[in-house]
Design a protein around this ligand. Structure first.
Ligand code: S3P
Length: 168
């Protein structure tokens, strides 16, 4: 098992936050969810920032939040929002901090089922077609992660956390 910090990446609905929590429980360590950190710091959620300002504004806030989370050095497991890893500057930050990245590669159908059933607003996933286009357009970026974990709907968060531990 690595002693590097683990950064979980993947599309909306791939289970990043739940798996990061399960992993932190298993490793008996702290985890941080970048979107929750942003929500607390800004007093509004990523979805609200995107809706009320713009995606561009949100990306600036996100990069600055990621910089600060990584500088803290105290959270061994970090869950990113779905778009964070697609931004080159953010990937550089993660590399500079020698983190190990794990891509939760869930099929589109599973992500979409979770997105469409969730109460969380996701302005960048307004309908199935637009979301599928975004899903496809991001895959090359997610492939840049150090480890790829295939996810299907029968995998529990604990099972996925076990797999990550075995493979890192
Ligand atoms: C986004 C995903 C969201 C959140 C924001 C933008 C994206 O996080 O960061 O709405 O660009 O894919 P989740 O992946 O946790 O839904």
């Amino acid at each position: 098992m690595t002693n590097r910090r683990i950064v979980i990446v993947g599309f909306m609905g791939s289970g990043k936050t739940t798996v990061a929590k399960a992993l932190a429980r298993k490793l008996d360590c702290e985890m941080i969810d970048l979107d929750s950190f942003i929500t607390e710091r800004e007093g509004r959620s990523p979805a609200e920032i995107i809706q009320n300002e713009s995606e561009r504004e949100f990306r600036e806030i996100e990069t600055s939040a990621l910089t600060d989370v990584l500088a803290q050095g105290s959270n061994p497991v970090i869950a990113l929002g779905g778009g964070a890893w697609t931004i080159e500057k953010n990937r550089e930050l993660v590399h500079q901090n020698s983190c190990l990245t794990v891509w939760l590669d869930a099929p589109f159908a599973l992500c979409w089922e979770r997105i469409s059933q969730s109460k969380n607003a996701r302005p960048l996933a307004p309908n199935r077609e637009a979301t599928m286009r975004l899903f496809e357009s991001r895959r090359d970026d997610y492939r840049l992660a150090s480890l790829r974990i295939h996810v299907d709907d029968s995998d529990s968060a604990a099972m996925l956390a076990n797999r990550i531990v075995r493979q890192t």
